[in-house]
Design a protein around this ligand. Structure first.
Ligand code: ATP
Ligand code: MG
Length: 646
């Protein structure tokens, strides 16, 4: 038996100090950690954002609710667009937009973005959208998506962006919950050469959301779509001025609602995570500038997420634009039409900074390094990861094959609820370790607690945050009770993130996945990520997911689902080899009782492994809620394989 809240099995000894040349030119240095937290957020509040009226009080903390930059007035769209044009940066590129069909490209300068936003805001204004009108946005990665968000922000209308892969029910649920009056969508979206019928799905959703009285439809593919007279408006047909002077940026209070972002949650009702104006903007701009070492005049930054997730809100739209960055905006998938599409984009635009998720890195690992090898990736100087713990071998692959062994990697931990990155290396400062998100960002305090709520100085437990940070959520929309019980009751006085973590001897944090996924084998509390990383450490494994199933003798036994690289085929010998590899790498206790080989793992639409469903498969019980699953056929196929497995 172990008395650890979560045991530590993995011992990763590789160290990567910041390259001296990178450190010498970095935006922030080690002394940033010495700045008092109030001074840090106060100074960034003044420096990163332009105010119509300066704030008076920095932070008011009435747990579990914080307010930041009280008394200030500002406008997010003004900060992200207009002020850059006023500062003479109108010709700077805001987005290089790369459509999915090859050759479909657009270069959008800040001056053009300002006109596009003004036009969209005028169209919305004609439909009665003003301060406080809730607007839903259901689009793919087209230029009009950030334009729509910024137009809402310009008018002071809160938005909710619903990822284009979601169903009509998901869309109507969200629109009803927020009380949306207007929906912005597009005819269809491109997806791997096919068409996703966004407008048709939106019609179904609007039928179930009676509060939505108007829609704006952007033409993307030109496909035929039904339009309801009086309700639906083609964006290109509405006459509206694109002169910014015709539609001023509404002065907003610091704490006015900017947007809701729904997370799936485990129960049926999605949680509308509330983000407000000033704290959110300061938080994302500060982190984006410091963590990505942004040099706005020379960098070409690419966050390859979808804007429909919080990562896209904070690090494709609001953070980078507030910092006057030049970004790539890509409509398609990594392997269409070929598996080197991303590397072609990096080469063509001279991308300097790439921010993506472990799931994408593992997909590239599976396809092999030759696709990246065909392109000149020497423009890259910094890499980032977000969304799941990154397996050390995936980190090493990213480092070698994409980063050319010269680019620092920032493994950034955060959540929809946190709004901004909270645990991360700083690329010119931090010695990184593959698999560790290292240290809390300056001005942020994180800790690990054990079962009893006591602080763990070294070892595993529950990750908590100790004090408010500017971009933290202001709650779950319309559900105070759920907000308190989900995040604040487990450890009174702390924000409980729901993730496990351990702290090592250097004080670095290692994220261990969701605490609900932790396995209990013979009294040892084992994190899924450490066993998965041991499997991915094997040269033939591309991706692995593990979960516990009930076992009469050990409490739980570990079941692993493994995807092999390229041409490797499963065999009984391979199965034994992998079980022994895990035993050798991290200990016999973690040896999987069984391994199921599979070409795909069940993932959420945002690309995260869904271990909850793997448990259902392993226990041979009916599957829980599968609405957020990207591809439902993967699980049914898995159940089949699991039943046939040796
Ligand atoms: P839901 O809350 O609806 O179940 P979700 O938690 O996947 O969905 P997000 O807010 O997008 O939605 O993801 C946050 C979670 O992703 C974190 O709680 C953590 O589990 C994981 N995560 C994000 N970044 C990292 C990282 N760098 N390392 C480890 N885990 C990460
Ligand atoms: Mg979550």
């Amino acid at each position: 038996m172990s008395d650890q809240t979560i045991d530590t099995l993995l011992d990763e000894e590789r160290r990567f100090p910041p390259p001296p040349a990178f450190a010498a030119q970095a935006n922030v240095h080690a002394d940033v950690y010495d700045r008092p937290f109030e001074e840090f957020w106060e100074a960034n509040g003044r420096e990163r954002v332009s105010w119509f009226q300066p704030f008076g009080e920095l932070c008011r903390w009435q747990p579990p609710y914080a307010q930041w930059y009280l008394g200030g007035k500002l406008n997010v769209a003004y900060n992200c667009v207009d002020r850059h044009v006023e500062a003479g940066l109108g010709d700077r590129v805001a987005y290089y937009w790369e459509g999915e069909p090859e050759g479909d490209r657009l270069t959008i300068t800040y001056a053009r973005l300002q006109r596009d936003v003004a036009r969209m805001a005028n169209v919305l204004g004609q439909l009665g959208v003003g301060k406080g009108t809730a607007v839903a946005i259901y689009m793919g990665m087209v230029p009009e998506l950030p334009v729509a968000m910024l137009a809402c922000a310009r008018l002071g209308a809160p938005h909710t962006v619903v990822f284009g892969g979601f169903s009509a029910d998901s869309l109507s649920d969200r629109m009803n919950d927020m009380g949306c009056e207007v929906l912005i969508t597009q005819d269809e979206a491109w997806r791997r050469g096919g068409r996703v019928p966004l407008k048709r799905t939106a019609d179904e959703a609007m039928a179930a959301a009676p509060g939505v009285r108007a829609s704006v439809v952007v033409r993307r593919t030109g496909g035929e779509v039904p339009m309801t007279e009086g309700r639906d408006h083609w964006y290109h047909e509405v006459e509206a001025s694109d002169d910014p002077a015709t539609v001023p940026c509404a002065p907003m209070d610091s704490e006015d609602l900017l947007f809701l972002m729904y997370t799936s949650g485990t129960t049926a009702k999605p949680k509308g995570i509330v983000h407000t104006t000033a704290g959110y903007l300061v938080g994302v701009a500060t982190t984006h500038w410091a963590i990505f070492d942004l040099k706005p005049e020379s960098d070409v930054y690419w966050c390859a997420a979808d804007i429909g997730w919080i990562t896209g809100h904070s690090y494709i739209v609001y953070g980078p634009l507030c910092n006057a960055a030049t970004s790539v905006l890509y409509e398609g998938t990594p392997d269409f039409p070929d598996k080197d599409r991303w590397w072609d984009i990096v080469e063509r635009y001279g991308v300097t900074t790439l921010y993506t998720a472990p799931t994408a890195i593992r997909a590239h690992m599976k396809w092999g390094p030759e696709h990246a090898g065909r392109h000149d990736l020497s423009s890259l100087r910094l890499l980032g990861s977000v969304g799941e713990p990154i397996n050390p071998e995936a980190w090493m692959w990213y480092h070698e094959h994409i980063g050319g062994e010269r680019c620092p990697i920032v493994d950034t931990w955060w959540q929809t609820e946190t709004g901004m990155v909270l645990i991360t290396p700083l690329p010119g400062v931090t010695t990184t370790k593959p698999g560790s998100a290292t240290k809390p960002f300056p001005g942020v305090r994180a800790a690990v607690l054990n079962e009893q709520g006591e602080r763990v100085e070294q070892g595993g437990g529950y990750l908590v945050l100790e004090r408010p940070w500017p971009a933290m959520t202001r709650g779950i929309y319309g559900d105070d009770e759920r907000f308190r019980s989900t995040y604040w009751e487990r450890f009174p006085g702390f924000y409980f993130a729901g993730d496990g973590a351990r702290i090592d001897a250097d004080g670095d944090f290692w994220l261990l996945g969701r605490v609900d996924d932790v396995m209990n084998v013979s009294g040892h509390r084992i994190s899924t990520i450490e066993v998965e990383s041991a499997l991915v450490d094997h040269p033939k494994v591309a991706e692995a997911a593990v979960c516990g199933r009930s076992d009469a003798t050990t409490g739980q036994a570990i079941v692993a689902y493994v995807t092999l690289k390229g041409n490797e085929g499963p065999s009984l010998e391979m199965l034994e080899e992998l079980r022994n590899h895990v035993a050798h790498k991290i200990g016999a206790i973690a040896k999987p009782a069984n391994i199921v080989f599979t070409p795909e793992l069940p993932k959420t639409r945002s690309g995260k492994i869904m271990r909850r469903l793997l448990r259902d498969v392993a226990e041979n019980r009916p599957l829980g809620d599968t609405t957020t699953l990207a591809d439902a056929s993967v699980v049914s196929e898995l159940s089949q394989r699991a039943a046939e497995a040796p």
